[in-house]
Structure formats: C-alpha cells, structure tokens
Design a protein. Structure first.
Length: 471
C-alpha cells in the first residue's frame, strides 16, 4: 500500500475519535455555565463566588493551550491527549464531590485543562490524514470545540434537574474516561516525530501574564473597570506579556513562534478569531440570559436553565453542518469569501435579535443562524493558519490560535456582564431590556471589525511558509 492509502485506511477510525475527544472537552468545560445558581445554593456562596467555577476553567484552558500545542508538534502527541484527559477525569471527580467553593474551583480548573487538547488533535489530523481531507477535518475539529457548548448546556441542566448539581460535574468523568479509552485504542504513537524542547520558562511566564489579564477582565464588572485593582492587574499583565514576547522572539525554541505572526494570513486569521470569540460569548450570554428573564419585566420568556440550554442546540447542529459544507465552498470561492460570508451571517443574526425579540422562536432562529456563521468562520480559520506555517509548527500555531480565541471568549463574557450590570432596573433588581440590546449591538460592531480583518486575508491559497525548524 502507498503512504496515502495507509493514511486513508487509518483515517476511518481516527476522525471520529478526534472529533469525539474535542466534543468531550468542550462539553466538560461548559458544564458549569447553567449551573451557577445551583452551585451558589448548594455550597451556600454568592453568585459572584460561584462565577469563579467558570473563570477557573477558562483560565486553565488558556494556559494549557500553548503548552499542549507545543507537545503536539513532537513525539508525545498521544501522551499529551491522554494526560490532559486524565487531568479532566480527576478534576471531574473532585468537582463532583466538592463540598466547598475552593475545592470546586480546583476541580473546574482541572477540567479546563482539557481545552488545550484541541490544537493537539488538529496537529494529529494534519500529519496522519490524507492531504485532501486535512482542511475539512481541521475545520470540523475547530468547530467541534465550540459546538460542544450546545450539548453541554442542556446536558448539565437536565442532569442537575433530575439528580443533583454534583452529578452534572461527575458526568464529565464518565465521558472523559471513554475518551481516554478511545484515544489509547485508535490514536497511534508518533515515535518518529521530532519536536522542539518545551520552553518551560516561557510557559510559566505566559501563564502569569494570562492569569493577571483574565483576572482583570473577569473582575472588571465586579470591582469596577477603573478601580485600582483592575487597572493594576492590567498593568501587571502588560508588563509580563511584553517581557514574554521579547523572551519568545529571543529564544531558538520558543513555546509559541511569534515570528509567524509576521505573515499576513496568520495575523489576520488570529485577529479575526479574537474578535469573533468576543462576539460569540456576547451573543451566547445575551440570548441564554434573555430567555430566562421573567415576562413580567416586559420582555423575556420565563425560560428555565434547560430551555436556555436548548436554545444552543441549533447553534451546535448548524455550526457542524456548515463546517462540512465549508471545504467544497472554499475550493470554489476561496477562504476569504467564506469567512466574510460567515461573519455577515453572524452580524445579521445579532442585529435581528437586537431589533426583534418578542417570541421564543426568534432566540432559537438567531442561534441557528449564528451557528452557521461560526461553522464557516471557525471552520476556515485553522486551515488558513495551518497552510501558512511549516508542518512542524502546526501545533504551536494552533495553540496560539486557541489562546487568542479563549481570550476573546473571556473578554466577550466579561464585557457583556458589565453592560448588563450597568443597566440594572431599580424596580426589579434585574438587567433591563436596553442592556441586552446594547450588548447585542456591541457584538454586531465587533463582527464588523472581524469582517475587516478577514478582508485582509488572501483570496486564494498561499504557499506554505518554509523555515528550518532549527532556526
């Protein structure tokens, strides 16, 4: 058999496992979102304190992404996937049996480590699949990392409603355990792969900078965006991350090769990912919260956490469907056209719900259209990056993409929470309709900026960047 025939034979089982692993980590990371009121009640803490169970997971995933991405460029890919899933498994057990907010936050942070697995699965796909399938599968993996939220939200609401909030977290142990077994059986070892040594110092420094940045973003609406603590965290983050950039540019084996950002496709794609991540979490937060508002306030649909979660099912289904249609469309029209079309869909959907939101079906329709847009955009962006970098830098480049996207998620969630908090109705103690509408228009405006970033990308396929890995 030829090498391509060998790859095609191995791909039959590999692709479902890689997609399954990516969906599992996305589902586990999203388990806490609709459970915050239950967590606060179960552990007798404030809603602000319960919010740390979300912040911790996102923080851990943002830090883990560049580290696992670098490991994905070398001979330890399978070990990196299995090791991260094992941390998720243990974290799920800890979170499931947590009897205090501190223990729960620790468990959720361990669950969040799994978010860093996505760039490793993409690197495996690029090296082990036939060349004509790589772009489509990488796009599907990228979309799956976001689409799993649509399954995680209703799943956690359903389990918490039937049993208890702790069982929702324990469900993460079950599905991560199955993912470990599937990985060990299907994903091959890669002893012949050669990777650069892990930059441990760089990993520690970027972790410190990201912690300061995301803590500032996460606490901005609570402490005040102009408070000394928030401004101090932003200043610390700026100093640390600036030093990290200099460190990465000076070392021969950086954690993330920032020199790749000099290439227009990589920079433009990462900028678009940042802005789209911000818009995505703005829309997710607005729609799921709006649905649960009591209609007695003059808006909202009296929905439960389960109803709000079900609103995201169309998002997941349509985004996965769009990612499958993306490859033939890209071959015909090019990556830039597909990205611009996807951004346009997201923009129109956000504007639609900002103007028209008097029936529950409109929330479902909005999320379905947004899912189509993100299926095209998040499906195409990793392929743009992967084609623009040498194969030995795929994991590192996609790890940086994952970090940038996660930062966008955090900023979008924090800004939306801040807007809603600034528009509390004095009579009800809940956000007013004008706050939701303003947050939606914020997402629309950010999408316009994302369209500008996509417009800078080349219309066709660019030749890959070839650089000696020893340089």
């Amino acid at each position: 058999m030829t090498r391509e025939a060998d790859r095609a034979a191995g791909a039959r089982g590999l692709v479902p496992v890689l997609v399954g692993v990516t969906l599992v980590i996305s589902i586990v990371s999203s388990l806490g979102a609709p459970l915050l009121p239950d967590v606060a009640e179960s552990l007798d803490v404030s809603l602000d304190s319960a919010q740390w169970s979300l912040t911790a997971a996102l923080l851990a995933g943002t830090i883990a992404a560049p580290v696992l991405g670098r490991l994905g460029d070398g001979p330890h890919r399978r070990q990196a996937i299995v090791g991260a899933l094992a941390v998720v498994f243990v974290g799920s057990v800890i979170a499931g049996f947590a009897d205090s907010i501190g223990v729960l936050v620790a468990g959720r942070a361990m669950q969040g480590v799994g978010l860093g697995v996505a760039p490793v699965t993409m690197a495996v796909a690029r090296d082990l699949l036939p060349a004509d399938r790589v772009a489509g599968v990488i796009g599907l993996l990228s979309v799956s990392a976001a689409a799993g939220v649509g399954a995680g939200y209703p799943l956690s609401g359903l389990i918490a409603g039937w049993l208890d909030v702790h069982y929702a977290f324990l469900s993460g142990a079950v599905i991560s355990g199955l993912a470990i077994a599937a990985t060990l059986v299907v994903v091959p070892r890669s002893p012949g792969a050669v990777g650069a040594p892990l930059d441990v110092r760089g990993a520690v420094v970027v972790a410190a900078g990201l912690v300061a940045l995301l803590l500032g973003v996460g606490q901005g609406s609570t402490w005040g965006w102009t408070s000394g603590r928030v401004l101090g965290l932003f200043a610390i983050a700026a100093v640390i991350l600036a030093g990290w950039v200099r460190m990465q540019l000076a070392t021969s084996h950086p954690l993330v090769d920032l020199r790749l950002m000099r290439h227009r496709p990589v920079f433009g794609a990462d900028l678009a990912a940042l802005l789209l991540g911000l818009a995505l979490y703005a829309f997710l937060t607005v729609v799921t919260t709006f649905v649960q508002m009591p209609s007695a306030d003059g808006f909202g649909f009296d929905g439960t956490a389960l109803t709000a979660g079900l609103c995201l099912v169309p998002f997941s289904l349509s985004s996965l469907a769009a990612s499958q249609a993306m490859v033939p469309l890209m071959r015909r029209y090019g990556a830039r056209a597909i990205l611009l079309a996807g951004v346009l869909m997201i923009t129109l959907a956000g504007g639609f719900f900002a103007l028209v939101h008097d029936a529950l079906w409109q929330a479902f329709a909005t999320m379905g259209i947004i899912g189509l847009g993100f299926g095209f955009t998040y499906g195409a962006i990793p392929g743009v990056i992967a084609r623009a970098v040498p194969h030995w830098e795929t994991g590192s480049a996609l790890g940086l993409y994952q970090v940038i996207r996660s930062v966008g998620f955090s900023v979008g969630s924090a800004l939306t929470a801040s807007i809603l908090a600034a528009h509390i109705d004095a009579a009800t103690g809940r956000p007013g309709e004008d706050g939701f509408v303003l947050a939606l228009w914020l997402g629309v405006g950010v999408c316009v900026l994302a369209a500008c970033a996509c417009a800078t990308l080349p219309g066709g396929r660019e030749a890959p960047v070839h650089r000696d890995p020893g340089l």
